[in-house]
Design a protein around this ligand. Structure first.
Ligand SMILES: CC(C)(COP(=O)(O)OP(=O)(O)OC[C@H]1O[C@@H](n2cnc3c(N)ncnc32)[C@H](O)[C@@H]1OP(=O)(O)O)[C@@H](O)C(=O)NCCC(=O)NCCS
Length: 188
């Protein structure tokens, strides 16, 4: 299918009961950096995200680049915000693996103080429902380390099905090799 990717409609924001998702704006960089600062050690157990956020300037640069990638439909990272308070909670990213077959993958993290409240489950559900109903997604995927129970639990609560268990397919940021769990969600 030959489409102009920049013309694919996307939302300004997606609102759930308790969370709001929206693409990054330049003014979001300080909140993002603060959340990473608070959570650096926690996040680095599983994801390398904090490595690109060592200073407020680096987060500003990241946010600017995400804005460009959103416009190009190359990488669809959203900030996750608490609907009531407007507090920044973390990131929920839908990555287009292949626009032609409309296959996407998710990655996500929450600031450590926002864990244990169901925010990410709601965010992944919202983004997934939008991708299936509005972007014509044929496949959504979540890949996580088998030892990362919190991440696998998000996938399961968000309606994804365990499809595979790939040995030595994933490593922690510290380089510990592990089993990758592959979760998928497809249209009904
Ligand atoms: C993965 C990660 C986002 C999961 O965070 P989380 O807080 O466990 O996930 P949720 O926001 O969906 O919250 C679920 C928890 O809230 C509880 N909860 C409370 N109210 C809830 C509600 N209304 N709805 C759903 N869950 C609720 C659930 O019982 C669950 O708690 P439990 O783990 O004690 O059973 C977080 O651990 C993280 O950022 N990890 C580091 C980065 C990472 O690993 N990313 C994924 C890489 S593949």
């Amino acid at each position: 299918v030959n489409v102009y990717h920049t013309l694919i409609p996307l939302f300004d924001s997606l609102r759930g009961d308790r969370v709001l998702l929206r693409p990054y704006q330049p003014e979001d960089a300080p909140a993002l950096f603060e959340a990473v600062q608070e959570s650096r050690k926690f996040l680095l157990e599983w994801i390398g995200f904090p490595v690109a956020h060592q200073s407020p300037e680096q987060s500003r640069d990241w946010v600017a680049k995400q804005g460009a990638k959103w416009l190009l439909r190359e990488d669809l990272s959203c900030g996750v915000w608490e609907a009531g308070s407007g507090r920044y909670l973390g990131d929920c990213r839908l990555y287009p693996q292949n626009w032609d077959i409309r296959c996407f993958s998710f990655s996500y993290w929450l600031r450590v103080s926002a864990g244990g409240k169901g925010y990410m489950t709601e965010a992944v559900r919202l983004w997934s429902d939008y991708a299936l109903s509005q972007l014509g997604a044929n496949r959504l995927e979540i890949r996580c380390d088998e030892r990362n129970r919190a991440s696998a639990a998000v996938a399961e609560r968000a309606g994804f099905t365990l499809e595979g268990r790939l040995r030595n397919q994933i490593a922690t940021p510290k380089g510990k090799l592990g089993v990758a769990l592959i979760y998928g969600r497809v249209p009904e």
